[in-house]
Design a protein around this ligand. Structure first.
Ligand code: PLP
Length: 225
């Protein structure tokens, strides 16, 4: 099936209030333009060095999101155009994002990535680290960042029950923060969870942003530039 058909199919499955971030990593500008012409405007990449040339080359009404691990020394390359960073996983990264935002007099939208999977390899904050970050004075003084919500990745497994439990856990953390730390903050409302293999489960568990790549563009070819 072609990109436009896939997009239409996935979009039709989303409840009101849930947005699709089309993950275009390893895909060419031509493939991204195919999705763009079908109406998609929100795209996500996981590497800064891939995102920047695509941003420069492609239409400026695209809303670019970063979903992959971000190194502190690379924040400056995306800080002028990035619309949402899904993958903030440390206070030092947050402080650097704030610093770059201040230079540009711009507020940079962020999600805090929470570690919910069983696997050891995934990035993210555990619950204690999340609380430590949210209560630290440097977080409170970071006026050029805006925390819009949380992001998480479930374990890579066929066990749908486990995936569901992990998403449910993230939703509980989200709800808890919403009624405590972010009680008076209406901007704290996004929960980024769900990829090609598990976005349907994520929607049922309260996702507001699904990050879907291969279901739109086909399997990734890592040999592509
Ligand atoms: C690649 C990627 C996705 C999309 O994965 P698919 O399985 O292709 O849908 C979502 N989130 C992150 C963080 C990714 O790196």
């Amino acid at each position: 099936m072609d990109i436009a058909t896939q997009l239409k199919q996935i979009t039709s499955e989303l409840p009101i209030g849930t947005r699709l971030v089309a993950i275009s990593k390893t895909k060419t500008p031509d493939q991204i333009m195919e999705a763009y012409r079908a109406g998609q405007r929100v795209f996500g990449e996981n590497k800064v060095q891939e995102l920047v040339p695509k941003y420069e080359q492609l239409p400026k009404d695209i809303e670019w999101h970063l979903v992959g691990h971000l190194q502190t020394n690379k924040v400056k390359y995306i800080s002028n155009f990035i619309r949402l960073i899904h993958s903030v996983d440390s206070l030092s990264l947050l402080i650097e994002i704030n610093k770059q935002g201040r230079k540009l007099n711009r507020t940079i939208n962020c999600l805090l990535q929470v570690y919910i999977a069983e696997e050891e390899t995934k990035f993210g904050l555990n619950e204690q680290e999340l609380l430590d970050l949210l209560t630290s004075p440097s977080f409170k003084n970071a006026e050029h960042i805006k925390i819009l919500g949380l992001m998480g990745m479930a374990s890579f497994t066929d066990d749908t029950n486990q995936v569901q439990q992990e998403f449910r856990h993230l939703y509980a953390i989200f709800k808890n923060l919403k009624s405590t730390v972010f009680k008076d903050d209406n901007d704290f409302k996004e929960l980024s969870m769900g990829m090609s293999s598990d976005y349907k489960i994520a929607i049922e568990e309260g996702s507001t942003m699904v990050r879907v790549g291969s279901n739109i563009f086909g399997e990734r070819n890592y040999n592509q530039p």
